[in-house]
Write a protein that binds this ligand. Structure first.
Ligand SMILES: Cc1cc2nc3c(=O)[nH]c(=O)nc-3n(C[C@H](O)[C@H](O)[C@H](O)COP(=O)(O)OP(=O)(O)OC[C@H]3O[C@@H](n4cnc5c(N)ncnc54)[C@H](O)[C@@H]3O)c2cc1C
Length: 433
């Protein structure tokens, strides 16, 4: 006899676990299937786990603001047990460098004003007062290390925006496992070490999945939350042709560099979306600085097969560290730069897809584009509502669900996250979202 569930979720990353939590809270019998050995061990494990509220679109920022409160009140969100060990959110604040290319951040200010997101404008002097080791120089455009103009500054930035309500989660994999435990307390089931090998159909609807021991598991609802493998699972379900926005896997690196000597970056550092050096940085446990990259015309994008890519760091990490050293000239760069290489699941416009598909019963929470760790709690809630909305007979494609975001007074028209949308030209087309 095949096992039967109300819903199967493919992937136990932070998105799949958050969906499992919400669906099981509502009494559904849910199974989450993960090919690796533990929850959060896919791309979530290497996430920089930055929690911030600035996005290039009003809806993106509203979604992030709604989620912010769950990170601030993590134990409450999880309905955690007394004294349960949990991942922690560290609030340090986030900077955004403003210059010609991003129209001096005017759009972010406009969005922050609309959504009542607090921010300050810092001049170069204020930057130095707050972070004495910073070089507030204007270095754009990004260059290769061997470019004779590398590190040459073109005056100082006029100002940066500072968003105080921002920080990072110390351990993204553990945060995911916190959600897994919360979901299990609501009777969600998890299978680890099993790969979904096919999405099964019957009478034109989804009927469940098969896993790599040939077992068939039945469910009228299947959710693709497989991260960088999302396009492969969509292909298995045969739903790709019915999508206007598609996803693919992008290989990225994050350099881990020691903080400049005599400065406690872990305590006194900030996070920064630093388009001016084509990257982002944040403090890391152990007094290190993490330095990630932004998409740019100087460095080719590495679109890869998620089952066959180089998961070791390369010269790219050194380049990112060197770009970071423009900001922090006293930062020593070791011969062996440490870091990680992992994948983003990138949608064509770097905005996620939280949607149904053309196959009845098959849903997707994908295209997280390097910026949806922070949005997992509300993604879980939205997906649960969306599945209820569609399964009770509504046509989400023609009459999109309007989702009242938790914690803030804002209704999100979910066509923003539709697979059928036109490319959203308001997007930054980068990890900023
Ligand atoms: C380097 C890096 C830095 C980032 N920094 C930030 C940040 O600072 N802030 C932020 O908000 N976001 C950030 N992100 C993005 C964020 O981490 C992701 O959006 C989020 O973790 C994606 O979660 P997921 O559950 O969709 O994917 P994953 O965590 O990848 O989970 C998907 C799971 O599906 C499993 N799977 C795949 N195929 C199958 C199959 N056939 N059968 C069973 N299981 C399968 C995989 O093993 C995997 O565990 C970053 C991402 C990376 C890579």
């Amino acid at each position: 006899m095949s096992k039967t569930y109300d819903a199967i979720i493919v992937g136990a990353g932070i998105i799949g676990c958050a969906i499992a939590f919400e669906m099981s809270k509502s009494g559904k019998k849910v199974l989450c299937i993960e090919k690796n050995g533990a929850a959060g061990s896919g791309s979530t494990s290497n996430s920089c786990a930055i929690i911030r509220t600035h996005y290039s679109t009003l809806y993106g920022a509203a979604l992030a603001k709604s989620n912010y409160y769950f990170w601030e009140n993590w134990a409450e969100y999880l309905e955690a047990k007394k004294n349960e060990e949990l991942a922690t959110y560290r609030e340090v604040g986030c900077l955004f460098t403003c210059f010609e290319k991003n129209q001096f951040g005017y759009k972010l200010e406009e969005i922050a004003n609309k959504l009542d997101i607090p921010y300050e404008v810092w001049t170069p002097n204020k930057m130095k007062e707050k972070l004495p080791i910073i070089n507030p120089g204007h270095f754009y455009p990004p260059k290769k290390i061997d470019d004779s103009n590398f590190g040459t500054k073109n005056g100082d930035m006029r100002y940066v925006l500072f968003f105080p309500k921002a920080g990072y989660v110390n351990d993204p994999m553990f945060a995911t496992q916190n959600i897994q435990s919360a979901a299990e307390r609501k009777n969600a089931h998890f299978i680890f070490g099993s790969k979904v090998t096919s999405i099964n159909k019957s009478n034109g609807k989804v009927s469940g999945v098969s896993i790599d021991n040939n077992e068939k598991i039945l469910a009228p609802v299947v959710v693709n939350a497989s991260g960088p493998h999302s396009f492969k699972i969509n292909k298995m379900a045969g739903v790709t042709d019915g999508m206007n926005i598609k996803t693919r896997a992008l290989r990225v690196e994050v350099a881990h560099v020691p903080s400049p000597k005599d400065f406690d970056f872990e305590k006194g550092g900030y996070i920064c979306s630093d388009d001016d050096i084509s990257g982002y940085w944040r403090p890391e446990v152990g007094n290190r600085i993490l330095i990630g990259s932004h998409e740019n015309d100087c460095d080719p994008s590495e679109w890869v097969d998620p089952d066959n890519y180089n998961n070791q760091i390369t010269e790219k990490s050194r380049l990112q560290a060197m770009r970071g050293a423009q900001r922090f000239p006293k930062m020593g760069i070791p011969n062996n730069v440490q870091g990680i290489a992992d994948l983003y699941d990138v949608a064509d416009d770097w905005i996620p897809i939280y949607d149904k598909s053309d196959l009845p019963g098959f849903y997707m929470a994908i295209g997280t584009s390097g910026n949806q760790f922070k949005n997992a709690p509300v993604a879980g809630k939205m997906m649960k509502e969306l599945i209820d909305y569609v399964e009770s007979g509504n046509n989400h494609d023609t009459d999109p669900m309007q989702y009242k975001l938790p914690n803030i007074n804002f209704k999100l028209d979910m066509s923003y996250c539709s697979r059928l949308r036109e490319i959203n030209q308001e997007s930054s087309f980068s990890v900023v979202g």
